[in-house]
Design a protein around this ligand. Structure first.
Ligand code: ADP
Length: 411
């Protein structure tokens, strides 16, 4: 692996029990490798598994001491250096980009992380209690291992900073918003922002005037309506529990049901939380799995509840695509991304079946044979249907590079 003159960008995506790393060449943004630190991957307490995949070389697997989050990230970053993925002793790292899930109401763009910004981010911890503390630990691990390197934060909520009050307010007492800040934020923004840009590129059009509905369908799932490159709304809300049915999450349900099971069925708040986050969605309905592929396999074997789960999943996506398309006054393209959106031929077919009324006509053959990034709409379809491979880490690298160059220009 060559380390070019201008060094590398390290991207860190700190999840609740795992950390994903990506390394990109600074000038070209060419990916050089990636890694995964996973506490769930080790059976021994206080240890975590680390997998490094330098491009063009065999992967490296290790178990390391990781008694807490910060020391785990410190150790993993050191090993990235030792493995030569970011130059010997981390010397080639020119900037670090962090994925930070929640930027509250105020943060609209990537930020440079300094002491004051860390405090601002800490103030969002209650909005994403699993992810914000993890992100801050990762930032501090980088401060300890690479003290002079520029750190940049990208917030998943930032892409939704311009959604209007009619879309972000809930029809609950206004004081809930005014006093408690309860509103829609939207999530998966990095993916939606990347896909919005990529869709414009694929269509050979400027974003201005372009109307898109983007469905990010992975373990979590959300859709965004985008007009002129700006998000109009996202189906996730105050939390990532709203919207589509997901792997284990319920998505939108009648709030009256929640009151009923608390009052009349004796569920505790914790049990309800567990049911809505972990026992619902594809898993809850199929009783088989939260994994779309496994539910598809069971449905193919004739499992009725698996078939029902797939039917419900597609129905809910289709209904929401229709609603979002109407908020835009029609669409120029429907985008599918995420593990399910990119790979499930059946899901795309079932979602599009019935969307002719908004100008979507799928080409069955292209749907079966195409991969990302391709157009799978029928030749005369008024709206295009795009399959896009989402690249969240690349997007973070790109924005981090932009911030680093901007800062260098200011000096
Ligand atoms: P995450 O949201 O964790 O990033 P992904 O975007 O990778 O997850 O999506 C994971 C989902 O994609 C799983 O439900 C998985 O079953 C589904 N998936 C992956 N490959 C396929 C495939 N070939 N066909 C159908 N579903 C798939």
């Amino acid at each position: 692996m060559t380390h070019r003159e201008h060094g590398e960008i390290l991207v860190i995506n700190a999840g609740s029990s795992s950390v994903k790393f990506g390394v990109y060449e600074f000038d070209s943004l060419e990916p050089l490798g990636h890694g995964l630190l996973d506490w769930a991957g080790s059976t021994r307490p206080g240890r975590a598994s680390l997998t490094l995949r330098p491009h063009g070389r065999p992967p490296l697997e290790a178990e390391l001491e990781a008694p807490d989050y910060r020391s785990g990230v410190c150790e993993a970053v050191q090993r990235l250096g030792k493995a030569g993925m970011v130059g010997a002793n981390l010397s080639a790292v020119r900037a670090i980009g962090h994925r930070l899930i929640h930027g509250g109401e105020k943060i609209r763009a990537p930020v440079i992380i300094d002491r004051a910004m860390k405090e601002t981010v800490r103030g969002f911890a209650h909005l994403a209690p699993l992810h914000i503390p993890a992100g801050l630990e990762a930032i501090e691990a980088c401060e300890a291992t690479m003290p002079d390197v520029l750190q940049v934060g990208l917030f998943d909520t930032a892409f939704f900073a311009d959604i209007p009050p009619v879309a972000y307010l809930y029809p609950v007492p206004y004081s809930w918003y005014r006093d408690w800040g309860i509103r829609r934020f939207g999530f998966h923004g990095t993916s939606h922002a990347y896909c919005a840009g990529r869709a414009a590129e694929m269509l050979g059009r400027d974003s201005a005037g372009l109307r898109l509905v983007i469905c990010h369908l992975g373990h979590g799932a959300s859709a965004t309506a985008v007009r002129g490159g700006v998000a109009v709304t996202n189906t996730m809300g105050y939390t990532p529990l709203e919207g589509f049915m997901m792997g284990t999450r319920s998505g939108t349900v009648d709030p009256g049901i929640l009151l009923h099971v608390l009052r009349e069925r004796g569920l505790s708040v914790e049990e309800l939380d567990e049911a809505l986050h972990k026992q619902s969605g594809l898993l809850g309905i199929s009783g088989i799995s939260s994994d779309f592929r496994r539910v598809e396999a069971a449905a193919d074997d004739g499992h009725e509840r698996a078939q029902l789960a797939l039917g419900m999943y597609a129905y809910r996506v289709r209904a929401m695509v229709g609603a979002l398309a109407v908020t835009l006054g029609g669409i120029d393209a429907l985008v599918f991304t995420g593990g399910i959106g990119e790979n499930s031929v059946r899901l795309r077919r079932d979602v599009c079946d019935g969307l002719e009324c908004i100008g979507v006509r799928l080409d069955e053959e292209r749907n079966r044979t195409a991969g990302p990034d391709e157009d799978i709409a029928a030749p005369g379809s008024p709206a295009r249907v795009l399959l896009i491979h989402t690249r969240e880490e690349y997007m973070i690298a790109r924005e981090t590079r932009r911030m680093a160059l901007e800062r260098a220009g200011e000096r």
